[in-house]
Design a protein around this ligand. Structure first.
Ligand SMILES: [Zn+2]
Length: 276
């Protein structure tokens, strides 16, 4: 599943090529994504200039003067970028072609849990869109630190791993990066969030920022056959220290990495290095 680093890598790889360019045409071959792609979208975008691509959580925000195209990759989605005239023949899971004057952005999504929606500028700030309004602070923004995480976890009796995944304390820390960050911070993933004091919250916030930044730097995850928009495969799988490594030696203490299930999601951790 594409996580925040993959979405950010996608954003960065498309930004330089597509920002400031004009949409020639939008072709929708399959409307039935998580929600139907709006029928008017092709007419809405044709001839319009893309100002900027931003990211909020795992949503890409394609900003035009008259509104914002909101896209999400769901479970299996990816955007690929092809130079103008160089796109291969469309495959069965290629559902949308966003055709610019210089390049083609193609949305592929075998399981179709992704989304492509339009938010009119006339309807106000896109941050207040129902999909975006309740998202937590961005982990890579300066506003996210130990004090913020400490406040957001008061009164939360759920395990810290699950509070991270919930996305309201901090957005975009998915399953892989939650395990990696908790290992980095030396915190037991099962500990109730409210038991973390200011010091451990500061350590965890710093770990989240470090782990995500390293993953973005490395080009995103290859735990599936994910590739960034310009076709370069990610590298993160080579750097995971605990995720998917149950039975292997902990890279810090040498004891075996364990796998447990929390809220139906796998958690990988070291029972010696990570404390309650
Ligand atoms: Zn260890």
């Amino acid at each position: 599943m594409p996580e925040l680093p993959e979405v950010e890598v996608t954003r960065r790889s498309m930004t330089g090529v597509l920002e400031g360019r004009t949409v020639r045409a939008l072709r929708v071959y399959e409307r039935r994504l998580r929600w139907p792609v709006p029928r008017a979208l092709a007419a809405t975008l044709a001839g319009r200039r893309l100002q900027r691509i931003d990211r909020r959580g795992k949503y890409l925000l394609w900003r035009f003067e008259h509104g914002v195209l909101i896209s999400h990759l769901g479970m299996t989605g990816s955007w690929r970028l092809y130079p103008y005239g160089a796109a291969p023949e469309r495959g069965p899971h290629d559902h949308v072609d966003l055709d610019f004057d210089t390049a083609l952005a193609r949305l592929t999504d075998p399981r179709r849990f992704g989304a492509l929606l339009w938010h009119r500028a006339a309807d106000g700030d896109v941050e207040r869109h129902p999909l975006l309004a309740s998202l937590g602070v961005e982990p890579l923004d300066p506003g996210f630190d130990g004090a913020r995480l400490y406040l957001a976890t008061r009164g939360r009796s759920a395990a810290i791993k699950q509070v991270l995944l919930a996305g309201d304390a901090v957005v975009g820390v998915g399953n892989i990066y939650a395990s990696e960050s908790l290992f980095d911070a030396g915190i037991d993933p099962r500990v109730p969030a409210r038991r973390l004091g200011p010091t451990r919250c500061a350590r965890l916030a710093a770990a989240i920022r470090r782990v995500l930044a390293e993953a973005i730097e490395a080009g995103g995850s290859t735990l599936r056959d994910y590739a960034s928009a310009d076709g370069a495969p990610g590298q993160y799988a080579l750097q995971a220290r605990v995720y998917g490594r149950d039975g292997s030696d902990c890279p810090v203490c040498g004891r075996p990495i364990r796998r447990i299930v929390q809220g139906q999601r796998a958690t990988y951790w070291c029972a010696f290095c990570q404390r309650r």
